[in-house]
Design a protein around this ligand. Sequence first.
Ligand code: RIB
Length: 308
Amino acid sequence: MTRIAVLASFNMDLVMRAARRPQAGETLQGEFAMFLGGKGFNQAVAARRLGADVAVVGRVGDDAFGARFLAALDAEGIDREAVAVDPDAGTGVAAVVVEPDGTNTIIQAPRANRALTAADAERFWKQTGHADAALLNLETSMPAAIAFARAARDAGARVVLNPAPVGDVPDDLLVLADLLVPNALEAQALTGVTVGTPLDALEAMVVLPRGPEALVVTLGAAGAVAVAADLRLHAPPPAVDVVDTVGAGDAFCAALAVRLGEGAGIEDAVRFANAAGALATTVAGAEPSMPRRPAVEALLSAPAAQTG
Ligand code: RIB
């Protein structure tokens, strides 16, 4: 079975569905819902539901939210031996606004996620030994992210970096990524290039400190573009009815890592990831929307998915 290691962030998503985002000084009313989320948690759940053996490292608070995450990891069958309960900081929280077209904006308060240390990440890899792919995002601490990626490479895992939230990403981390998977905003922040086509992605790739093996940029409703040594790809997504885009990028990253871990090429993995990301938009909330393998395969074999 493909083994995936995930640097997990845990956020309780407090979601407001509203007619639009409020302007400065404005109060709007909306519908409220709460979901388990966090980029790393979502990615771990998706990787598991897509058929991988998954182990995570991370931190939750010693509170009711943290307990819900630990129970959910157990229910999914994810190895959480390296998830610590922080005595001082509460579990991460994200304030999410979802608009009628399903698009979202998010503010994350890292809280316990930020207390994750480089030593935690190193200890995790000593225990884990090997993984086919290592998935990381930037919702925990930068020292933990760098240590996780470095130890993953030493362990022979393919490092898939989802540079979100993008902030100031040091070259020390970027050089460790085998695959870099930003969305268009993140790609622009990292490279200064507005990516909409494979040619743009090539231009962005040149700006990166060490060319990763592949740059894969997710484009929401336009799918994804990917560039690698022998690949220039624009893969439109399969058509679905969008409810809520929260977690779609996480499903995409997890699916990409799982397919690559299974030995697929980058083009195959991007098409698989596109289908997983599209499916995640059809269900409200992050954790509930992480797709299962049979649904992804069914969507991929539907006639409309064959185009592009
Ligand atoms: O990518 C979606 C996730 O980002 C949400 O679940 C939220 O927690 C934010 O971190």
